[in-house]
Design a protein around this ligand. Structure first.
Ligand code: PRP
Ligand code: URA
Length: 211
């Protein structure tokens, strides 16, 4: 079974509290999503591989560490996942950025099937892929996104979300035991409309000011 990690850092928890508040403005919501994504990326990248390299400091010759050449790709699930990309890229500037187009049908709660992955197969097979989406509710969108990436050759995938429901975590762990999941919070449950409770509402609408 894959790992599920809640990143309990006080800064993340404080920012998440503001994000959840229904009175938070679109601008603040957008800024906070990126800030939390950046802080989470610090933890999600903790197992990145390092190698020794020889350099000269102004004082001496030294053997120091640098990241190995392994590339990272950030793949947002559209549309709300877009809100997390800049934050991750601030921390990992060399990351490739892919996109997965998909949306959840509000009635059936199923992700709509026309999924497009905008990232070349030869990149996907070699990179560590961090899939980002603020919400993991039923898990349907994340599972379909991961399946699409695996179909295109992705081998090393992590899922990073802001708020997860127990139902979504269970669904992704069952479908993808090789994909570790990172969240800023594990909430209580899903309501009858598939919204996370207490959650933060519709992440896409709050990010883009569409309702
Ligand atoms: C939201 C959210 C996830 C999905 C989670 O997107 O950003 O992608 O729902 O729900 P699930 O776990 O039950 O699949 P939505 O489909 O509302 O599209 P949007 O990003 O365009 O708002
Ligand atoms: N998608 C959202 O944007 N919010 C939820 O609570 C569930 C799915």
């Amino acid at each position: 079974m894959s790992k599920f990690t809640v990143i309990n850092h006080p800064l993340i928890q404080h920012k998440l509290r503001i994000l959840r508040d229904k009175n938070t403005s679109t601008k603040d919501f957008r800024d906070l999503v990126n800030e939390i994504a950046m802080l989470m990326a610090y933890e999600v990248s903790r197992d990145m591989q390092l190698e020794d390299v020889e350099i000269d400091t102004p004082v001496a010759h030294a053997t120091v560490k640098q990241l190995t050449g392994k590339k990272v790709a950030v793949v947002p699930i559209l549309r709300a996942g877009l809100g997390m990309v800049d934050g991750v890229v601030k921390l990992i500037p060399a990351a490739r950025i892919g996109h997965i187009g998909m949306y959840r049908d509000e009635k059936t709660l199923e992700p709509a099937r026309s999924i497009s992955v905008k990232l070349a197969r030869q990149i996907l097979t070699k990179t560590e892929v961090i899939v980002v989406d603020p919400m993991l509710a039923t898990g349907g969108s994340a599972k379909d996104a991961i399946a699409a990436l695996k179909n295109r050759g992705a081998k090393y995938i992590k899922l990073m979300v802001l708020v997860a429901a127990p139902e979504g975590v269970k669904a992704v762990q069952a479908a993808d035991p090789d994909v570790d999941i990172y969240a800023a919070a594990l909430d209580d449950h899903l309501n009858q409309n598939g919204y996370i409770v207490p959650g933060l509402g519709d992440a896409g609408d709050r990010l883009f000011g569409t309702k």
